[in-house]
Design a protein. Structure first.
Length: 107
């Protein structure tokens, strides 16, 4: 299941961030590529960056905390990656819940 979650996260991030992913996926490789892309977004200006973070539902509190640290791009990449994993896990949990509902109640 971990591999399928990683695969699903990679696909979503590839689409959202136009990443060129390697054939063999790893969390480290995804984070590196995502951090590189974040640097390019930051270069475009803060307005674009913050709009994107809002759209991705990245916590403002967490974002402000990492903006004060070193290696900002990598830490933001981690926030984005973790948020993507949360979304996937939530979808999987809700899918399992809906599948176990009473079959007579299904339309």
């Amino acid at each position: 299941m971990v591999d399928s979650v990683l695969q699903e996260a990679a696909i979503a991030l590839k689409q959202d961030w136009d990443l060129q992913l390697p054939d063999t996926l790893s969390e480290e490789a995804i984070l590196k590529l995502l951090a590189d892309r974040i640097v390019k977004v930051l270069e475009r200006g803060p307005e674009t960056f913050f709009q994107l973070m809002y759209r991705l539902d990245i916590s403002e509190k967490k974002l402000n905390a990492v903006l004060q640290d070193d290696d900002v791009a990598h830490k933001i990449a981690r926030l984005i990656y973790d948020r993507q994993l949360q979304k996937i896990q939530s979808r999987l949990a809700n899918r399992k819940t809906s599948e176990s509902d009473d079959p007579e109640l299904k339309w």
